[in-house]
Design a protein around this ligand. Structure first.
Ligand code: PLP
Length: 459
């Protein structure tokens, strides 16, 4: 890999970083078309900006190092669900970032990437006894979601001190953000122990006093759409609870607070706002006692580490006009941008137009629909979007899709999972590496029960 020759964007002053990232992306789009990674036979690919990911990782480290005394244990665990790709987890591991996993599959990915158990955290609302047993035998940190799960952990721990750090997830019930489906700290959220419910606080304190090995509290107040101040309020509430438990225990039983992830991402420009440093500073103001060195910290950011560094590049197959509206039919739709297609108001994406050589297209903006390849009318990436008029053979680049988009394939119409390529830019141009192979027709057939062809026929 040519990553040594890639510009190190941590050295780039904040004002120029967005422009530099946009230039790298434009170079990569052009090079993907020139090199044939994208073309008539591979009309859709995902691209990942390696140096962009590294600079976000560095920004995360420095933001929390900037608000905690030296030596404070801080584990940044990437929420694997945001980009479940082994090479991404491996890159983040090299940048000193662990993994937050929420299913056996995500744990398998983290292990395949070589993420150490001590850098892995298991959270999920539906852990089976087998999952809990595996996590405890590996020494992976586990946050129990509810009292029934704590009973299961009791049985597994028995009388020996567990080798896993164990915690409880609490829901501070601070309210939701602008996207209901992503707001985890509402009064009736399915996650964690609802702290403001009758008797819940007392129950949590008792549960900890009865279990000297419960040493962590966990909260995650939601993802995209939750304002920073509300997230910080949730963290403050959990820190207060930790202090109360420690006072009741007469020692610092709760030694680590896992503050979850959820930093929102700006999907409307190349600016990376809000920044990790903004959130860290706000936490310092809102819950100073959390960051004075007495507590270890775990964070679980996902979207904010990856979103800005991914681009979907899709070829325009046909163009047409319907009811007076120009429509570009591309190869990117619901299979790679599921949330945008089903909930366009909540998840608008930027799109740039490129010519058949991958160069940015110029020309007057024309309101047009950018459609996907799936067979339903709503399969649109954008409606009535002003862009230079797309032509067959042009490309649409769908920006900020590094998290929860092309790595989250939705198998509608048996559309193939696209290949994903990492890129780095340097004096010698753009270097690509395969991060995930495109799905083959054989794999599509096998995944669709191809090996059980006669299973439903009468004997
Ligand atoms: C989804 C999730 C995250 C990551 O959220 P982002 O918005 O991607 O940062 C972190 N922790 C938990 C428990 C989650 O469910």
């Amino acid at each position: 890999m040519a990553s040594e020759t890639a510009p190190d964007s941590t050295d780039v002053r904040p004002s120029t970083a967005p422009r530099t990232a946009a230039l790298r992306r434009e170079q990569a789009v052009r090079a993907a078309v020139e090199s044939g990674i994208a073309g008539a036979r591979t009309p859709i690919v995902g691209l990942l900006d390696i140096s962009g990911i590294r600079s976000s990782a560095a920004a995360l480290h420095s933001a929390f190092a900037g608000v905690t005394p030296p030596g404070t244990p801080v584990l940044h665990a990437f929420a694997v669900k945001a980009a479940p790709l082994v090479p991404v987890l491996r890159l983040l591991r090299a940048e000193g970032i662990g993994a937050e996993v929420a299913s056996p599959g995500e744990l398998a990915l983290a292990r395949a990437a070589g993420v150490r158990p001590s850098h892995t955290v298991l959270d999920s609302p539906a852990k089976t006894p087998a999952e809990l047993r595996e996590a405890l035998s590996l020494g992976i940190a586990v946050n129990a979601d509810n009292p029934q799960e704590l009973d299961r952990i009791d049985a597994l721990v028995g009388s020996d001190p567990p080798s896993s750090p164990l915690g409880l997830r609490v829901n501070p019930q601070i309210g939701g953000g602008s996207i209901g489906a992503l707001s985890t700290a509402t009064a009736t959220s399915k996650f964690g122990i609802a702290l403001r419910d009758d008797g819940a606080r007392e129950w949590v304190i008792r549960a900890c006093l009865d279990r000297p090995w419960l040493t962590r509290l966990h909260t995650h107040s939601g993802s995209q759409g939750v304002p920073l101040a509300l997230m910080a309020e949730g963290v403050r509430a959990v820190h207060e609870l930790a202090e109360e438990i420690n006072t009741a225990a007469g020692r610092q039983q709760i030694d680590t607070i896992d503050i979850g992830g959820g930093l929102p991402v700006n999907f409307s420009s190349d600016e990376e706002t809000p920044r990790y440093a903004d959130y860290a500073r706000l936490l310092k103001e809102t819950a100073p006692g959390l960051l004075d060195g007495r507590y270890g910290l775990v964070t679980e950011f996902g979207r904010s580490l990856l979103a800005k560094h991914g681009t979907i590049l899709a070829r325009v197959e046909y163009t047409k006009s319907s009811g007076g509206r120009p429509i570009a039919v591309t190869h990117a739709g619901v299979q790679v941008a599921t949330r945008t297609v089903y909930a366009p108001e909540s998840w608008p994406l930027r799109i740039t137009a490129h010519d058949a050589d991958g160069r940015p297209k110029s020309g007057p903006g024309v309101a047009q629909d950018v459609a996907g390849p799936a067979c339903f009318a709503g399969d649109l990436l954008a409606e009535d979007r002003e862009l230079p008029l797309l032509q067959p053979g042009d490309y649409a680049a769908v920006l900020d899709t590094g998290a929860y988009y092309f790595a989250h394939h939705y198998a509608y119409n048996s559309l193939a999972r696209p290949g994903i390529y990492g890129f780095s830019t340097g004096p010698d141009g753009v270097r690509f590496t395969v991060a995930r192979d495109p799905q083959t027709m054989e794999e599509i057939v096998a995944d669709a029960g191809g090996g059980h062809r006669d299973a439903l026929l009468p004997e």
